[in-house]
Structures are given as structure tokens and as C-alpha cells.
Design a protein around this ligand. Structure first.
Ligand code: KG4
Ligand code: ZN
Length: 321
């Protein structure tokens, strides 16, 4: 069994995954409520909370799997990208756990982890495929030829899709993180009520910052009671623009690469309109779309393990190289 740890942002997560990709336990402690009052993740607060939660979360995962630490053969951990202080808590905990039992350690790239959610049972996906990875921090189109990695073929030039959802949600008074709340509100609104622009960027790249600005101006021009009445229409129209941009670019990439299969991963893959707009795409199960440690343990199966004690000097990284 592989013990996975994930602490790159505001979720403290631990999971136990077998070598053949069965999830024996997956525990996610979200700090969302802790950060909600600030309207976003406060890095230093996140690090401190990870420190408090990491040990109980590992214990809980072991309990859920009815397993003991002695049964763990390798420890996997997210090394980056993410908040550096948050990452360091997970990396330090993983080193300590691995070192205490002379186990090897698998440093995992967070984005590889999101893709590796697709390699878990009961329905593991086999490359090649095109993956749309859309989270709060990243929006990428990935050409996946084998399970050990991916090639980036498109990326956002400014905001990530999840960030666009969160900023829109905030403008509509839905709190943080607001993607899921905006998704719910949008179901009651008319997606054609407002026409928000979808940026046309050359190649297979995305841009979402103009869309957010358009919503700012639209909201600003509405009287408070009018805004209240039109909130669902605004949410539906705004969501439609984001989803349209994601779907258009994903289809274009699939055509350009001749990809026969398309998969969607990352927190935004939970979006109901996106899921409905790509009916043929493979979608990770909802619990594996948002940050979790099962995906990290899954990716660890396809990376080089660092033997004891070579990993003691291993560092985290905040941004992708
Ligand atoms: O993958 P994830 O959990 O964390 C990162 O690595 O960033 O993605 C979180 C993002 C947030 O921006 C959140 O608002 C968005 O995913 N999200 C959604 C939905 N559920 C989560 N966005 C749109 N619709 C949803 N249903
Ligand atoms: Zn993520």
C-alpha cells in the first residue's frame, strides 16, 4: 500500500492506495470555512492548520482502511506547485513517516496527481488521451501519452477557470470558494440573459480575466434590488461563458492532436454544465476531482521512488519549473 499526503493549498488530505489502484481510504479535511471570512486562502493560516491536521488525518486514513503503518510500503507526497509553507508541512510529515520506517518516498507533482485520479479503480483510464485540467490555480490542456507524465499543449494566460468561478461567485455574494455555489445558483437562471465575452486567444490557450471584468461592470450598473433579482441570470450567463471557452478549446485540441478520448480533471470538473457539455468525456468521480491524496498516491505508482535516506534533503517548489 502507498500512503499519500496532500497539503498544497487548503485541504489536508491522506489516503491509502494499493499498487493496483484500489482506494482503501481517502480522508480530506477542508479548511474552506477557516478561510471563508478572508475571501480567499491565507497562506500562513493554511500552513498552521495543516500542521494541526496532518497527523489526525493520517490516523483517520489508517483507521478507515483498517490498516497499520507497518503495511505501508511507500510514502507519496505533493512536492509542488502550491503554497510553499503549506507544501512544506506535507513534505516534512512524509519524510518523517518514511524515515521512521526506512521506506522510500515518492515526490509527486500536484498536476500529475490530478491526472492520475483517472488511473484509479474501478474504471482506470489508459493513455493516450487529452486531458482538460481545470482547478482554482491552473487551467491546462494536456496531451497524455503514458501514465508517468503529460505534455502541456494549452494553458491560461491569466486567471484559472476555478479562479474565474471564485471571483464571479464573490461578486455575486456567494462566499469563498464559490464555484459550487455559483453552479447551483446558475441552475435557476437564464444562461442567455447576458452576453459575456469569451476571449479569443491564439492557439490552444485560455484567458478569463476579461470575463471577470465584464461581470464587474455589469454588476456595477445594476441597482441593488435589480441585482438581487438578476443574480441567477448573471450566474448562469457567466458560467455559460466559462464553460463555452473550456469546451471550445478542448474540442479544438482534441481535433488538432487527433485525440480519440478526452478526460476532464480538477475541481472545475465538478461543474454540472461542463459535465453536461462534454457528454463523451471521461470525468473523474466528484470526490477525486477536487484536491485529495488518493490521486497523489495514484501518481506515485508512476514516478521514481527516492530511496531511504536520500529524500531527507528534498525540497518543495511553489511554481512549476
Ligand atoms: O482542484 P481543486 O480542488 O483545487 C486546486 O488545485 O485549485 O479546485 C478548486 C476549484 C475552486 O476554484 C472551486 O471553486 C472550483 O474548483 N469548483 C467548481 C465547482 N466545484 C469546485 N467550479 C465550478 N463548478 C463547480 N461545481
Ligand atoms: Zn488541485
Amino acid at each position: 500500500m502507498i500512503l499519500g499526503l496532500e497539503t498544497s493549498c487548503d485541504e489536508t488530505a491522506a489516503a491509502l492506495v494499493t499498487r493496483d489502484g484500489e482506494v482503501r481510504a481517502s480522508v480530506v479535511a477542508s479548511q474552506a470555512e477557516l478561510h471563508a471570512r478572508y475571501g480567499g486562502v491565507v497562506p500562513e493560516v493554511a500552513s498552521r492548520r495543516h500542521l494541526e491536521l496532518v497527523e489526525p488525518v493520517v490516523r483517520e486514513a489508517l483507521g478507515q482502511a483498517d490498516a497499520r503503518l507497518e503495511e505501508v510500503e511507500a510514502v507519496a507526497v505533493t512536492r509542488g506547485p502550491g503554497l510553499i509553507g503549506a507544501l512544506l508541512v506535507g513534505v516534512s510529515a512524509a519524510k518523517a513517516l518514511a524515515w521512521s520506517r526506512r521506506l522510500p518516498l515518492a515526490p509527486v507533482d500536484h498536476l500529475h496527481g490530478h491526472v492520475a485520479a483517472l488511473y484509479l479503480r474501478p474504471e482506470p483510464l489508459d493513455p493516450p488521451f487529452l486531458a482538460l485540467l481545470a482547478t482554482g490555480g491552473h487551467t491546462l490542456l494536456l496531451d497524455v501519452q503514458d501514465r508517468s507524465g503529460y505534455r502541456v499543449v494549452g494553458r491560461t494566460r491569466d486567471d484559472a477557470a476555478g479562479e474565474a468561478f471564485d471571483k464571479g461567485a464573490r461578486l455575486l455574494g456567494l462566499g469563498y470558494p464559490g464555484g459550487a455555489a455559483l453552479d447551483r445558483l446558475a441552475r435557476e437562471g437564464d444562461p442567455e440573459a447576458y452576453r459575456f465575452p469569451v476571449a479569443r486567444v491564439p492557439g490552444l490557450d485560455f484567458s478569463f480575466s476579461g470575463l471577470k471584468t465584464a461581470l464587474v461592470y455589469t454588476v456595477r450598473e445594476l441597482e441593488p434590488d435589480e441585482l438581487e433579482r438578476r443574480r441567477a441570470d448573471l450566474a448562469a450567463s457567466y458560467q455559460r461563458a466559462i464553460v463555452r471557452a473550456l469546451v471550445e478549446r478542448t474540442r479544438a485540441a482534441a481535433e488538432e492532436l487527433g485525440a480519440e478520448r478526452v478526460a476532464v480533471v480538477g475541481g472545475v470538473a465538478a461543474n454540472s454544465e461542463l459535465r453536461a457539455s462534454l457528454p463523451d468525456a471521461t470525468l473523474a468521480p466528484l470526490a477525486l476531482c477536487t484536491d485529495n491524496a488518493a490521486m497523489i498516491a495514484s501518481a506515485a505508482r508512476y514516478v521514481a521512488l527516492v530511496p531511504f535516506p536520500d529524500y531527507l534533503g528534498l525540497d518543495a517548489y511553489a511554481t512549476a519549473a
